[in-house]
Design a protein around this ligand. Structure first.
Ligand code: S3P
Length: 431
């Protein structure tokens, strides 16, 4: 596993961005397509799968259960599903929080022993949020640091359905429990404080599971899944990087995106800031063009819908007139990095005034004024690295460097090629 320590230098012309970007397949949907296909007896086909390292780790983990994945010449993946045996080795989830949390639910449902771990960043992220409810369902779950951190050791099987109120809104925890619930006796209900992305319940329904949704409560009934063909749309969280670059300087077309519940809210925030955003719902196409931006207030109710886009929205806020205040975002502290700290450090590196708050940040937008060229440390976090690249091409003259660039491969391996294509930037990657 690489240590995510390569350095990207970016020297941008001042002409902004222009063009069309087809972003990679959605990462959240890719994890779920792989897992649901693996859980159903028979053959499923996945098209448009993300080739990022995170879903690839999930695919590797599922193959430890005897699931077979066959790459087709046209890029589709055939999945011969059915968990055949307990995993023959440790499940290495790499950098993927979604991978380890969703797979924990799968492991809890499977009668056997599983050990789940990941890279140095994932091993710092809280796992008690899944371990505790899985124990309530009857799984035996041990974890490092008094049950808080990976590696996780799960002895699954013999689960009972529960009703569980999530202390914090989390699609990952909801999904973990719904997946475990497929093999419990009796229904499992998960109640969220705020609604989050609904991929798992939507895709379970499509795979023949009995799912009921009532307000913020989702119930799954135990039962088998049917093989299903999954067409993975473009990832809106990756499109957000180009949307912000265009909102600050230029114009970008983003075709074939997933624009369903809980994933496209960043477009509303950009509109509130004053950006020119056009959406074609029927095709999932979005066009963003620059306009003078103004600061906005982002509160806890907004956060679940933009939880992954805040680092790059912070770049838009930095190039806006006035102050942006983000509150109710303490969950950002337990993402791939502490994204309150790493986002503010990135802004400061570009010469933008911004301060941390315990649950968010304050960003003093500098309007049209250019950012200073920066030396940014991604803190091993792909979204910080890509947000910094956007700042470099949209507003900073001169040369910026971004260390820890290797993290970008977890979600968007072709990012640099797209960056060069739309911005004309000169880049150098120092491995
Ligand atoms: C994800 C849910 C979010 C998000 C993550 C992907 C998912 O995490 O940050 O990148 O695919 O379910 P939480 O649900 O834990 O906030």
């Amino acid at each position: 596993m690489h240590e995510h320590d390569s350095v990207l230098s970016v020297t941008a012309p001042t002409s902004g961005v222009k063009g069309t970007v087809q972003v990679p397949g959605d990462k959240s949907i890719s994890h779920r397509a792989l897992i649901l296909a693996a859980l159903s007896e028979g053959t499923s086909t996945i098209t448009g799968l993300s080739r990022g390292e995170d879903p690839t780790s999930t695919r590797g983990a599922l193959s430890r259960f005897g699931v077979e994945f066959v790459d087709q010449p046209d890029g589709a993946v055939l999945v011969h599903g059915g968990l055949r045996h307990e995993p023959v080795d440790v499940l290495d989830c790499g950098n993927a929080g979604t991978g380890i949390r969703l797979l924990s639910g799968v492991c809890a449902g499977y009668p056997g022993l599983s050990v789940l771990t990941g890279d140095q960043y994932l091993r710092r992220r809280p796992m008690d949020r899944v371990a505790e409810p899985l124990r309530l369902m009857g799984a035996r779950v041990d974890a490092r640091d008094g049950g808080r951190l990976a590696p996780l050791v799960i002895r699954g099987g013999g689960l009972s359905g529960i009703t569980y109120e999530l202390p914090k809104a989390s699609a990952q925890v909801k999904s973990c429990l719904l997946l475990a619930g497929l093999s419990a006796t009796g229904p499992t209900t998960v109640i969220e404080p705020h609604p989050t992305r609904a991929h798992t319940e939507e895709m379970l329904l499509a795979a023949g599971a009995r799912i009921e949704v009532e307000g913020t409560a989702v119930t799954v009934h135990p039962g088998p899944l049917a093989p299903t063909d999954h067409a993975v749309p473009g990832d809106p969280s990756q499109a957000a990087f180009w949307a912000v670059a265009a909102a600050l300087a230029g114009e970008i077309e983003l075709p074939n995106l997933y624009l369903g519940f809980g994933r496209a809210d960043f477009l509303g925030i950009l509109r509130r800031m004053g950006a020119d955003v056009q959406v074609e719902e029927s095709t999932g196409s979005v066009r963003v063009a620059s306009a003078p931006l103004r600061g906005v207030e982002i509160t806890g109710a907004d956060v679940p819908g933009i939880v992954d886009e805040i680092p790059v929205l912070a770049i838009a806020a930095a190039g806006a007139e006035g102050t942006t205040v983000i509150s109710g975002a303490d969950e950002l502290r337990v993402k791939e990095s502490d994204r309150v700290t790493s986002t503010v450090a990135m802004l400061n590196a570009f010469g933008v005034r911004a301060e941390e708050r315990p649950d968010g940040m304050v960003i003093h937008g500098q309007g049209d004024a250019a950012f200073s060229p920066a030396q940014v440390d991604s803190a091993g976090d792909h979204r910080i690295a890509m947000a910094a690249a956007v700042a470099a091409v949209a507003r900073a003259g001169g040369q910026s460097t971004i260390s820890g660039w290797g993290s970008v491969a977890t979600s968007y391996p072709g990012f640099v090629e797209d960056l060069v294509e739309v911005s004309g930037a000169t880049v150098n990657l120092d491995p």
